[in-house]
Write a protein that binds this ligand. Structure first.
Ligand code: C2R
Length: 178
């Protein structure tokens, strides 16, 4: 059984997709991952999607650069939510993949994350899983709490280095700028 299917158009995409692998591993969710291309291996893409559905996948992540049709083609084969990761490549730097992934025509949506942001794709996949999986929901709530703590700790470091809290309040007060 798997929760997530992750496809990438080429092994040259792996350097970007590793962030997603890291997030899914950290969350301990089962997933399958393959190189498959809507252009180069269209039948294999369809087969992998069907296999993943049969194996219980609830969400699909697709990373591709250039004329990125992979996520859209996957979405055409499945009712599972598909998260597209547009990837930067030489030439247009990823703008091509971004538009190809985000500008899906009406009727067959692909949820698109930022350019190269495979980590966010995995986090969104985990949030989708969290709708029906209490363990994943708990994991995500803990991850958000620890993110908040890190930001607060960074702010405290900033305050300690540059100003006391009172200095900051005084500088922020518009009355002091008249
Ligand atoms: P190569 O490095 O193999 O030439 O691939 C891949 O995702 C990769 O970013 C170059 C780029 O082509 C992309 N590719 C697609 C698709 N298949 C491969 N966009 C597709 O089916 O959409």
């Amino acid at each position: 059984m798997i929760d997530v299917l992750m496809l990438m158009g080429s092994d040259s995409d792996l350097e970007f997709m590793e962030a997603a692998i890291h997030e899914l591993d950290a969350a301990g969710v089962p997933y399958a991952m393959h190189v498959a291309s809507a252009h180069r291996t269209p039948h294999r893409v369809e087969q992998l999607v069907k296999d993943a559905e049969r194996d219980g996948a609830k969400v699909i992540i697709a990373g591709a650069g250039g004329a990125a049709h992979l996520a859209g083609v996957i979405a055409s084969h499945s009712m599972l939510p598909v998260i597209g990761v547009p990837l930067p490549t030489l030439g247009l730097g990823g703008f091509d993949a971004l538009l190809a992934t985000v500008q899906m025509p009406r009727g067959v949506p692909v949820a698109t994350v930022g350019l190269g942001n495979a980590g966010n794709a995995a986090l969104l996949a985990l949030q989708i899983l969290a709708l029906s999986d209490e363990r994943v929901r708990g994991y995500m709530l803990d991850a958000r709490a620890s993110m908040r703590e890190k930001v607060v700790a960074k702010d405290e470091k900033l305050q300690a280095r540059f100003m006391t809290k009172n200095d900051f309040a005084a500088k922020a007060d518009p009355a002091n700028h008249k």
